[in-house]
Write a protein that binds this ligand. Structure first.
Ligand code: GLN
Length: 570
């Protein structure tokens, strides 16, 4: 396993003692500081957004900040998770499929993360079992303490070495008291002891209730949550109280007494209009200053005034919108907005660039198939449409019908991954005249498999293998809409798919007017398509939404918003 050689196993030379604290080579205590973020009372407090905001503030002070998320699931990564239950599966440039919180970190910090920034229960146990089979535990029975906790700390310290971070933000998924994250929390207790109090700080998010029938804030649930953290041997340094309204002085005082924390370190992180205001709130509450004090980072700080100003401008621009457009999104997970988190964000970034509020209209394409929803009604009030990624048959025919309507009626369109494949099928059927053309994902026996698993993918498939994942370069053809948007012949986007345009049909599709404006370098793999004489009709096999950032909106989304705005003005 990678990194195996790096390990100098302090304390694992003999089975005579109980320590297991391997350190990667070159690790120096105190070089990297840690901020551990836990949640109490309930899940869904927005730990990821809070932690991203705090990291963003410290990054703008010139510190090298990197996050890591601990997830208690026994899944090795998020690849097999259903977005309906867990929200979108986010894909990193190195191909890791992970929790959507990593998308939040990438967007806030405007930097690419990697496999080392995500640790699930499954991943840690896989590592441990691999070592155990290799006899690396020298005859010891492998235990939660010290081995599981030891491996967690090792993973963290490897991240410290790799990222050269000044501060690592550790988000412990779930709520204190869960069985799933108990060993992560225990590892953090040990970390604080080994690294020293001046190098590890604990921030806990809690929730202050305000029941409507009482009309006042109540701190008991928060107190109990904090108590359960303390019973695990962790003394929080800062308590961030989530609530609807600003948390009252009285409640903060109660929590302060209860948790042995100075009043100024019990802060209110109440709801605000936009998540982009949270870095501002973190500063206003003084959390940044307290962390700097606790970790002794004063001397390292050098404010990046340009970055601070850029962020402020973005937040300002978000508030001042001149126009409104409506973008329709077709999809089968329309019940759960989290499954399209990155698309929603990418629209927000592009909308803010054009000072435009983007409303979203969800279109359930199964209803089009069942005849419950008429396409004209479904698309009547939209200024543009996105057909996003997806898997399986359900709703596919409805999507294909929508794309036909969009193509015939000059409605701005962006197809993403599955949406790209649906656009090829629609074109093959209705322009090339290939009746019943389809993807073999939908119909294994189709006469015209215009979308198919490529031979090399089939081989991988045979080995029980997987999807094409992660960032890949795309060659963009000059003189096309794609080139106009990207202003470059070389772009990089992230992928997560198994099926592709069947090379046998490329020539026919092109002859009939489909333009493949982006493809894999030196391979007949089509990755961007467009058609002429249309206001905006473009699709990509990639997921452009994963690389859109507030200050660097993704060009395909910018193009869609612009085209929708133009169409609305006409
Ligand atoms: N189901 C399609 C494939 O596997 C598209 C995947 C996606 O949209 N992410 O190729």
């Amino acid at each position: 396993m990678k990194g195996e050689k790096l390990i100098k196993s302090v304390g694992s030379k003999t089975e005579e003692h109980e320590f297991y604290t391997p350190f990667p080579q070159g690790y120096k205590i105190g070089r990297t500081k840690y901020v551990v973020i836990t949640g109490t009372v309930m899940s869904g407090l927005g730990k990821g957004i809070f932690s991203s905001s705090l990291a963003k503030v410290l990054q703008d002070y010139g510190l090298n900040c990197t996050p890591i998320k601990f997830d208690g699931y026994l899944n090795v990564d998020a690849g097999t998770l259903n977005p309906y239950r867990h929200g979108e599966v986010f894909v990193l440039d190195d191909g890791l499929e992970c929790d959507m919180d990593l998308g939040t970190y990438e967007r806030f910090l405007d930097k690419n993360l990697c496999e080392k920034n995500y640790l699930t229960g499954g991943k840690i146990f896989k590592r441990i079992l691999y070592r155990e089979r290799g006899g690396k535990y020298l005859g010891r029975d492998v235990q939660f303490i010290p081995h599981v906790t030891g491996e967690i700390k090792l993973f963290l310290r490897e991240l410290a070495i790799d990222s050269k971070a000044d501060v690592i933000f550790i988000e412990v998924g779930g709520t204190v008291g869960d069985i799933e994250n108990a060993y992560f929390i225990e590892a953090m207790r040990q970390l604080a002891y080994e690294e020293g109090k001046e190098n590890v700080s604990f921030v806990t998010l809690t929730y202050v209730l305000e029941p409507g029938f009482l009309g006042e804030q109540k701190s008991k649930a928060a107190q109990l949550g904090i108590r359960s953290l303390m019973s695990l041997g962790i003394q929080p340094d800062i308590i961030a109280c989530r609530s609807n309204n600003p948390v009252t002085k009285k409640v903060r005082e109660k929590i302060s007494i209860y948790a042995n924390i100075p009043f100024e370190r019990v802060v209110s992180v109440h709801d605000v209009d936009s998540i982009y205001n949270i870095p501002g709130l973190v500063q206003k509450a003084g959390i940044d200053k307290e962390i700097i004090k606790i970790l002794g980072l004063e001397k390292k700080i050098k404010k990046n005034t340009k970055a601070i100003k850029q962020w402020k401008n973005y937040v300002q621009r978000m508030k001042n919108k001149d126009n409104t457009i409506t973008i329709g999104i077709t999809g089968k997970y329309t019940g759960l907005r989290d499954s399209y988190a990155s698309i929603i964000k990418a629209l927000e970034h592009a909308g803010t660039y054009y000072k435009t509020k983007v409303n979203i209209k969800w279109i359930e394409t199964t209803e089009i198939e069942d005849g419950k929803l008429n396409i004209i009604d479904a698309l009547a009030d939209v200024d543009g449409v996105i057909v996003p990624g997806g898997f399986g048959k359900r709703g596919a025919e409805g999507k294909i019908s929508c794309i036909k309507f969009i193509r015939d009626n000059n409605i701005p369109f962006l197809g993403i991954c599955y949406g790209f494949q649906m656009a090829v099928i629609e074109f093959a059927r209705n322009v090339c005249g290939l009746k019943n053309a389809n993807s073999t994902e939908i119909d294994d026996n189709t006469k015209h498999p215009v979308i198919d698993i490529l031979p090399e993918q089939k081989e991988i498939e045979g080995l029980g293998g997987n999807m094409k994942l992660g960032g890949h370069n795309i060659e963009v053809k000059k003189g096309t809409l794609a080139y106009e948007l990207f202003k470059s012949t070389k772009v990089r986007m992230r992928f997560r798919h198994r099926f592709e345009v069947n090379p046998e049909y490329i020539e026919l599709l092109e002859r009939s007017g489909m333009i493949f404006s982006g493809k894999a370098p030196n391979q007949p793999i089509m990755q961007i398509l467009e058609i002429k004489k249309h206001r905006y009709f473009i699709a990509t096999q990639a997921h452009p939404c994963f690389t859109s950032r507030p200050l660097r909106p993704q060009p395909l989304f910018l193009g869609l918003v612009k085209a929708a705005l133009d169409q609305k003005k006409k």
